[in-house]
Design a binder for this molecule. Structure first.
Ligand code: 1HN
Length: 351
């Protein structure tokens, strides 16, 4: 590989451009589009509909066994603007994962952080560094960086969920590490209530008295957020507002932080008949409809929405929702990264 050679009509300058290219140098004064007035974004707005995802995931169950080497039966949502990359946006990986009855996706760990949001079904569980965590409809389950994780489905129904990872960010920083777990020690026990929930999920404001002592991980020590709690929080919040639009953010209960260093998670409820304020923010958002129907506008694109549909809101794209029935939408974004680097911006946009 060699660097790009710039050209000029002026023979002397052209010779100079040849010389600098031979020395792997480029002239800034010939470059365009480096510093744009607003972000130049390759990621395009897109929606994947649940009916297609369910059909194709089920086919992958028939065709593709889970075993060492593959490890995960995962269909990556590939953004049409990213030239075939398996990424939903320039910074986020999103996928649906399918696990048949009785299957086990064996333990491994990696430096990219991951989360699972269960769009439908129940009966599977994840083991996180030895702690079994059940997965049911509406639950958010964290798989923090470098935690061993394996997924089990002891139920009689196949199970599908949404996976989101910060993989493009970690890959862009050349910091991907991966390790297989000790497969012979895979935990096949039935899940109980996780130790994480017993310690950190007992109720708002109640923490073990020793929580701040000694080692605290970079991520939330609460690794699962249950739908019952999320639903109750949204219901209570909506009782206090006229706007018909409320969001709760999933936080580390021990500190004022997002759940993981790179990923922000929120659940939003937009009541039937409501049109939300148009807004935009830096960084990309992956949104999944948990329940309800409506329509989404993202810049010049519009998509109908139904339960299980997944869509991406690119950085700085104007985003607005119309709820045809009460719409519950799970959203995850790279906002903690932009925040940490002082690059986060948002604004309301006049329609
Ligand atoms: C991964 O570890 C899982 O553990 C799912 O369920 C999707 C996509 C890319 C890299 C690692 C999982 C993944 C992944």
């Amino acid at each position: 590989m060699s660097t790009r050679r710039f050209t000029s009509d002026d023979p002397e300058l052209d010779r100079f451009y040849s010389d600098i290219a031979a020395n792997d140098l480029q002239p800034l004064w010939e470059m365009r589009g480096l510093l744009t007035k607003t972000p130049s974004v390759a990621t395009v707005p897109h929606r994947w509909s649940m009916s297609e995802l369910v059909k194709l995931a089920a086919q992958s169950g028939d065709l593709v066994p889970i075993e060492r080497g593959g490890d995960r039966r995962v269909l990556a949502l590939s953004n049409p603007g990213l030239g075939g990359a398996p990424y939903i946006s320039s910074t986020l990986w999103a996928a649906v994962q399918f696990l048949l009855p009785g299957e086990l996706a064996p333990a491994h760990r990696h430096t990219p952080s991951a989360l699972r949001f269960v769009l439908d079904g129940a009966g599977a569980y994840t083991v996180l560094d030895g702690d079994p965590v059940t997965m049911s409809q509406g639950d958010l389950i964290l798989t923090p960086a470098w935690a061993f994780h394996e997924h089990h489905n002891p139920s009689s129904e196949s199970m599908m969920w949404l996976d989101v990872l910060d993989l493009p960010i970690v890959a862009g920083l050349d910091a991907v590490f991966f390790e297989e777990g000790p497969s012979e020690e895979a935990d096949r026990s039935q899940a109980r209530r996780s130790a994480s929930e017993r310690r950190f999920g007992q109720g708002a404001g109640l923490m073990p008295a020793t929580a701040g002592h000694g080692f605290l991980p970079e991520h939330s020590p609460l690794t699962v957020y249950r739908w019952l709690d999320t639903d109750a929080a949204l219901t209570a919040l909506l009782e206090l507002t006229e706007s018909g639009d409320a969001s709760v953010r999933f936080k580390d209960p021990t500190r004022s932080r997002d759940v993981m260093p790179t990923l922000r998670c929120e659940m939003r409820r937009v009541l039937s008949g409501t049109t939300t304020a148009a807004e935009r923010q830096t960084g990309s958002r992956v949104c999944a409809v948990f329940s309800g129907t409506g329509r989404v506008e993202i810049d010049d694109c519009e998509f109908d929405l139904g339960p299980g549909d997944i869509f991406v809101v690119p950085s700085w794209a104007v985003y607005r929702l119309h709820a045809h029935s009460d719409l519950d939408i799970f959203t995850t974004s790279d906002a903690p990264v932009l925040d940490a680097l002082a690059l986060y911006r948002d604004e309301k946009v006049e329609p």
